[in-house]
Design a binder for this molecule. Structure first.
Ligand code: NAP
Length: 308
């Protein structure tokens, strides 16, 4: 809430302030993020900018929580009257048994990234899939019912992305992971929720990658390959063409080697910043019941003007 500064500059007790300079007082509603680590997260600046813009007396704070303290931490946040929190690595799956209710989509994905606390009741949601979808539709003309998809990696974010694409009517997907049993588990789970989607696995080999590139219209990297300097690209990009859409969920750096190479081959490319923005916007609405100020949230993210 915007409160004018006191007429007299002298104060015995300096109030605490949110990062945007709004005072935190006895009526402030608290939300945040649990994870280990959380110091890298861009969510605090994104949500605090949104609260400030809408004049809401809310604050978003990081809660570093080690895996051995997860249950205590979650109970403590509920007991302290926190309105909700985001969940990041490594708690997205482990938190499920600690919740009172889980949305059907989070249940199908098997992971929760947003918790809403209503009168002490903890309700888990997953906004990663819709965040991915909004970003993709906003950036490129994407026709799910006409697109075959190659997904690299089979971890938490792959689960959210694949579930969302299957919900939107993608007819067929290849899941390609370095551990074939992880890809097989994900494809079996997906088939049980989306019997209409033809879901198969590929080996993590140059030959299978090439086969996937030639077959797919949309390629999504959900592995962390490309985050660190010298990582290289998860794929040999031979065969990438202007007909492909290539999405990398990584947003730092804003353009991974995969995206650089695919852009040079004139494929339509997208980094993970839009997904970060839209999953956050969906969480914002779940907590506040208000439409998220997307422009403000986007401006609070790093590299929002960088190549995407
Ligand atoms: P995760 O659950 O650990 O899954 C990562 C997947 O990548 C696993 O299948 C993993 O296989 C595979 N992988 C890791 N290193 C690999 C390597 N060197 N070669 C081949 N495969 C490898 O992680 P996540 O939560 O899905 O996150 C994955 C990436 O997405 C991260 O970069 C994260 O920052 C990004 N992300 C972005 C957003 C966004 O909003 N833009 C949201 C969520 C995640 P193993 O299990 O064998 O290691």
């Amino acid at each position: 809430m915007l409160v004018p500064p006191p007429a007299c500059g002298f104060a015995m007790h300096t109030p605490h302030h949110t990062p945007k300079g709004d005072p935190v007082n006895g009526a402030t509603t608290v939300v945040g993020i649990i994870g280990h680590p959380v110091s890298h997260s861009h969510s605090p600046q994104m949500h605090n900018a949104a609260f400030h813009a809408l004049g809401l007396n809310w604050v978003y704070v990081p809660f570093p929580l080690t895996p051995d303290r997860l249950a205590d931490g979650v109970r403590g946040l509920a007991a302290a009257g926190v309105r909700g929190f985001n969940v990041t690595i490594p708690h997205k799956e482990k938190i499920l048994p600690l919740l009172d209710e889980i949305s059907p989509q989070a249940r199908a994905i098997g992971a929760v990234n947003t918790v809403v606390i209503d009168n002490g009741k903890l309700v888990g949601h997953n906004t990663d899939g819709v965040g991915f979808s909004h970003a993709l539709h906003q950036a490129h003309r994407f026709k799910p019912e006409r697109s075959r998809v190659l997904v690299l990696g089979a971890g938490g974010s792959a689960r959210a992305v694949c579930d969302q694409l299957a919900r939107e009517g993608v007819p067929a997907m290849y899941i390609c992971a370095r551990r074939s049993e992880q890809a097989a588990d994900l494809s079996a789970d997906l088939r049980s929720h989306h019997p209409g989607c033809d879901i198969k696995t590929l080996d993590w080999s140059p030959l299978d990658h090439r086969c996937g590139i030639n077959w797919a219209e949309l390629i999504v990297n959900t592995t962390p390959i490309g985050m660190r300097p010298g990582d290289g690209s998860p794929l040999d990009t031979n065969g990438i063409s202007p007909g492909h859409i290539v999405v990398d969920l990584i947003y730092a750096p804003p353009e991974t080697e995969l995206l650089q190479k695919c852009r040079a081959l004139r494929a339509r490319c997208l980094n993970g910043l839009g997904m970060l923005l839209h999953q956050g916007a969906a969480a914002f609405t779940l907590w506040t019941g208000k439409e998220a100020p997307l422009d403000v949230m986007q401006a609070a993210l790093p590299n929002h003007n960088g190549p995407a």
